[in-house]
Design a protein around this ligand. Structure first.
Ligand code: PPS
Length: 292
């Protein structure tokens, strides 16, 4: 089978990126970008639960009801730092929003060394981790949602080989997650797991609120849990997340796909499952990252 490549694919610092993540923007983020110290950055590998966390942070900042009344999508209000689309970069978009700025990134800590080492103002990073098999299936299904020229024209087995060869967009999930896990005790890094959010949304929302020094009541937390639930977000639609993504996706595709824990079982072969299980044990469990 002929190789498949992302649209405009390139390699930067050893990881693969699709062309909308331009080398010049990645270089600027790594070497020059100065954050404001009140910036809040949701930092995740794709499909870990980024958008869910963005909605929680948005609701904590703007209050109940603010997701329903929000007229613009997260592209404008909670920009994706390294994403260049519709002739504007995320770097330009973050200059246009009010403070405290809310920012999304899929980059690993290699890009934020100056901030994490204290050399430059450090934003508040919120990292979401997700069980690898569910994350990979979600990432694969997401690849299938796009129309040309982004369309993924191969099957699950091919996608899995891309994962094995560390050729997926944004590089290897294990490397990425471990890069953040190393900073789990850093005062400006909070790590939350998707599975814990599913089990106890209120507890996770409270942890985020405390980290951001936002006062809460039980009622507020419960309301935010409801307004950021899968059903509520799905009902609001993909457009509320990203109007650009909605245009790039094939008609009828829904970004809010399953929102479940454990749905990998329908897709993985036994061999693939064992391979990821072994990696999870040797790379994650050994370091204390567990999903139960
Ligand atoms: S992206 O494109 O990288 O920003 O995607 P990301 O937001 O990280 O992940 C998308 C997956 O998260 C699911 N999702 C949710 N699950 C539970 N609750 C809520 N509120 C929620 N919002 C989004 C979404 O459905 C994707 O997972 P899958 O397994 O594909 O359904």
């Amino acid at each position: 089978m002929e190789d498949w490549y992302y649209h405009g694919e390139h390699v930067f610092d050893g990881a693969t990126y699709e062309g909308d993540f331009r080398p010049e923007d990645l270089k600027c983020i790594r070497d020059e970008l100065e954050f404001k110290k009140d910036d809040i950055v949701v930092a995740t590998y794709p499909k870990a639960g980024t958008t869910w966390m963005q909605e929680i942070v948005w609701l904590l900042q703007h209050g109940p009801g603010s997701a329903d009344t929000r007229e613009q999508s997260f592209e404008e209000l909670f920009p994706f730092l390294e994403f260049y689309a519709e002739e504007k970069s995320g770097l330009e978009r973050i200059e246009e929003i009010s403070e405290p700025r809310l920012i999304k990134t899929h980059l690993s800590t290699g890009f934020y060394q100056r901030q994490l080492s204290g050399e430059s103002p450090c934003p508040k990073f919120i990292v979401v981790l997700r069980e690898p098999k569910d994350l990979l299936v979600s990432f694969y299904k997401f690849h299938l949602m796009y129309g040309p020229p982004w369309k993924f024209t191969r099957d699950w087995d091919y996608f899995f080989e891309m994962f094995r060869e560390k050729r997926l967009n944004f590089g290897d999930y294990f490397d990425h997650a471990l890069s953040w896990w190393k900073y789990r005790d850093h005062p400006n890094v909070l790590i939350v797991k998707y599975e814990d959010m599913k089990k106890d949304a209120c507890g996770s929302i409270k942890a985020v609120a405390d980290y951001l020094n936002i006062p809460t009541t039980d009622t507020l937390i419960q309301t935010i849990a409801h307004e950021s639930s899968f059903q509520s977000m799905k009902a609001r639609g993909t457009e509320k997340v990203s109007s650009i993504m909605a245009k790039q996706m094939d008609q009828g595709e829904d970004f809010f796909r399953a929102g479940k824990v454990g749905s990998w079982k329908d897709t993985f072969t036994d061999e693939q499952s064992q391979y990821v299980q072994d990696l999870t044990a040797s790379k994650f469990n050994k370091e204390g990252i567990c999903f139960d």
